[in-house]
Design a binder for this molecule. Structure first.
Ligand code: NAP
Length: 299
């Protein structure tokens, strides 16, 4: 149950536009309730023109820290003087921590994704992965794949220039850039052990772009950064073919838990956060993230 807000309640929150759909307040407030902390996490709708003022307000209002979401992650990284090495590498910030005399920008997306992919036993080490998209989420995926030891990554994106720019930031890996329509080519899909969607396609129902799902190797793991109550349009054809798949709920959980620890300096109560997220997504409270290989196809 949520704690009552009083004179001593310390605040954290999230800046985004839109922000009403965010599952982060439910996760963080469940964590505060589980730990009995007099703290609350508030969604703030911050329009792009108000981002600089909102960032300044973090210290003016005594907030402990905030998450940063769409569309502010890259701009926030440009506005902050102190960034973690990871936020600099990703050129994006997903959390800002208020320190005694400054703001510190960090990014927990790649760590959150790596933790989720590890828990899901996604085949990455020594393998070929395909990343669809070349924005901030794709950059986090590239960093997670590098950490998990991917041998080769293919970036497929609508705008080739953006994909090439992303590739140039990860020179230590073997990377190829392809147009989106190459995803229809059976031999490209057959060569991949993990395929990641880092575009927002599928957020509003509709079909995903054509992919040669039938050519996927047995055990090819499909991972969508989008999360929803039902399997996303990217994941559904994989699930229909009995392939392992997971949506971005696990990444959201783990990036949120890491941010919680940065804001509050205490270990995040993962079970409480997972239960709150699952409740938001209409899943059973203890269900793990991801659709396991042998699960019946969800509705
Ligand atoms: P972004 O920086 O705006 O990048 C979006 C990418 O998708 C771009 O490469 C863009 O291609 C491509 N794209 C967008 N619409 C497209 C379309 N209609 N057809 C083809 N390509 C299209 O966004 P982002 O921050 O990377 O986020 C991507 C998704 O990941 C969002 O849905 C976000 O909610 C999700 N996400 C989830 C988590 C999590 O914790 N689960 C964390 C981060 C992000 P162009 O380069 O051609 O424009």
């Amino acid at each position: 149950m949520a704690m009552a807000i009083g004179g001593g309640t310390a605040l954290t929150g999230i800046f985004g536009d839109p922000v009403a759909h965010s599952a982060s307040p439910a996760m963080h407030n469940a964590a505060y309730a589980a730990l009995g902390m007099d703290r609350a996490y508030v969604p703030f709708r911050v329009t792009p023109d108000q981002l600089p003022a909102a960032l300044r307000a973090i210290r003016a209002l005594g907030l402990l820290g905030v998450n940063i979401t769409v569309p502010h992650k890259e701009r926030a990284a440009r506005q902050l003087r102190n960034l973690s090495a990871e936020a600099r590498q990703l050129a994006a910030v997903n959390c800002v921590i208020a320190r005694r005399d400054s703001l510190f920008g960090d990014n927990t997306d790649a760590r959150g994704m790596a933790q989720d992919l590890t828990e899901l036993a996604a085949p990455v080490k020594g393998q070929t992965a395909i990343v669809i998209g070349a924005g901030g989420g794709a950059a986090a995926a590239m960093l997670a794949l590098r950490r998990l030891g991917a041998r080769r990554v293919i970036i497929a994106n609508r705008t080739p220039r953006r994909a090439k720019k992303l590739a140039s930031r990860f020179r230590s890996m073997r990377i190829e850039v392809r147009p989106l329509d190459h995803l229809k080519r059976p031999h490209l899909i057959a060569g991949a052990a993990t395929i990641i969607n880092a575009t927002p396609i599928g957020l509003d129902a509709g079909a995903f772009m054509p992919i040669a799902y039938d050519a996927a190797q047995q055990g090819c793991f499909f991972y969508d950064l989008i999360y929803a109550a039902a399997p996303t349009p990217f994941l559904r054809p994989a699930l229909e073919r009995g392939l392992p798949a997971a949506d971005g709920a696990g990444m959201l959980l783990y990036q949120g838990a890491l941010a919680f620890e940065l804001f509050n300096g205490v270990r995040a109560p993962l079970d409480a956060m997972r239960a709150a997220l699952n409740a938001r997504l209409g899943r059973s409270s203890t269900s793990a993230t991801g659709y396991r290989r042998r699960d019946p196809l969800p509705p």
